[in-house]
Design a binder for this molecule. Structure first.
Ligand code: FAD
Ligand code: NAP
Length: 338
């Protein structure tokens, strides 16, 4: 395993920020990660696991050891009439993994097609889209304890998954590097199409020789490509803020002033569409220097070219302040800032 010093992370964060890591390693095995964390302990620097870099903001040059978790491998562990149990290394690309599951007749993640990043980061915020979250099919994961170097298995309950949330963003934050994840998928396809225009998109397509699961996956890809910026073209980290969840009383008050506010029932409360709040605050397509909000989805902050982390974080602060002044609602950032 080769240790790099002052290593550029420009191509390893989807905002494309030109920042460097004091130390960087490419870890291809559990043993590589163990070696890396021992090195970091000796040098007294923190360890930062890195996947595809699509949900973080690197706020400057980093006095840390970045471990690019590149453990590979995908396998069907077991299969019966109802479930197909699959396991993947943390370094597998998420979208390629999803497509592989469909080819293996293992269903449930069609709606999570084209989410950037790697399998190992998927549990961190319990990735979700179009009404599906990974917790719906999660079985267990293995992670290396950064303090002890021991491997620990986490069950569904231990991961404490919530809405774009897990134990790895809370009590276990910075303590573990996920090495593999095991999912329990369905042997039969049960399409989940009651979300936005997904059903309509699927129904418009002829199945031809493709299986229905691939048709759904492709419909999801097409909707996403139409509405979300490709990080290879326009740097971004997806939704920059979480959708705020408010009480009924807060929603009722907002509805008096903004009758068309977009809200969905959520665990006895209401989830507001953060993108709608930003749009209605007049900030869709807004630009401050080289940072801006995307003109087709205001929730996505983009790097128009040459923006640095201060530009994006400055814009984020501005949006938070304008939205709070207008609606009295706080927006919480989704990507992790380092
Ligand atoms: P990174 O950005 O590399 O890391 C994210 C966090 O996880 C960091 O704190 C990092 O330290 C930690 N981490 C990474 N790997 C490991 C590991 N092996 N062990 C422990 N910690 C680790 N998210 C959704 O939920 N739904 C969406 O629909 C969605 N759409 C997106 C669309 C676009 C265009 C973009 C750019 C992002 C989108 N995201 C979405 C956000 C992002 O893709 C996901 O959060 C994804 O899981 C991040 O994966 P990553 O490998 O890039 O993680
Ligand atoms: P959208 O379809 O325009 O919807 C806007 C918001 O309304 C979404 O945030 C979504 O919440 C909510 N919503 C819409 N229909 C809903 C329904 N039937 N039930 C409950 N909530 C509903 O959103 P979009 O920006 O095009 O994104 C599409 C999907 O991809 C969403 O699920 C979104 O979360 C996901 N996505 C996530 C990221 C990220 O970085 N986290 C980036 C891009 C897209 P939810 O977000 O809870 O679904």
């Amino acid at each position: 395993m080769r240790m790099f010093e002052n290593y550029s992370l420009e191509t390893l964060n989807t905002f494309g920020f030109k920042v460097s890591a004091r130390y960087f390693v490419e870890a291809e095995s559990v043993e590589d990660i163990r070696e890396a964390i021992a090195f970091a302990a000796r040098e007294n620097v923190p360890v930062v696991p890195l996947g595809g870099g699509s949900n973080l903001v690197l706020s400057g040059n980093q006095e840390a050891l970045f471990v690019h978790v590149n453990l590979r491998g995908k396998e069907v562990v077991s299969r019966d009439g109802e479930t197909v149990c699959v396991k993947a290394g943390a370094g597998e690309n998420w979208h390629e993994f999803v497509r592989w599951t469909l080819a293996e007749q293992a269903f449930g993640f069609e709606n999570l097609s084209l989410i950037p990043g790697n399998v190992g980061a998927a549990p961190i915020q319990n990735i979700g889209a179009y009404g599906v979250e990974i917790k719906d099919h999660f079985q267990s994961l293995e992670a290396l304890d950064i303090q002890t170097g021991e491997l620990k298995s986490f069950s569904l309950d231990e991961c404490q998954f919530g809405y774009r949330d897990s134990v790895f963003k809370n009590a276990a934050r910075d303590h573990f590097i996920i090495t593999s994840v095991t999912f329990s998928l369905d042997a039969e396809l049960s399409p989940r199409l009651d979300y936005g225009r997904l059903r309509q998109e699927v129904e418009q397509r002829s199945q031809g020789s493709q299986s229905e699961a691939f048709v759904i996956s492709e419909a999801v890809c097409d909707i996403r490509m139409e509405k979300l910026p490709d990080p290879m073209v326009l740097g971004n980290a997806g939704s920059f803020f979480k959708n705020p969840v408010v009480d009924e009383s807060v929603l009722s008050k907002l509805q008096r002033d903004f009758p068309d506010i977009v809200a969905y029932p959520f665990e006895g409360r209401w989830k507001l569409a953060a993108g709608w709040l930003i749009d209605r605050a007049g900030l869709k397509g807004f630009r401050q220097g080289a940072a801006g909000t995307y003109n087709k989805q205001a929730l996505v902050l983009v790097n128009h070219g040459g923006a640095g982390p201060d530009d994006v974080l400055g814009l984020a602060k501005h949006i938070q302040s304008v939205v709070f002044d207008r609606f009295g609602v706080e927006l919480e950032m989704e990507p992790r800032v380092y």
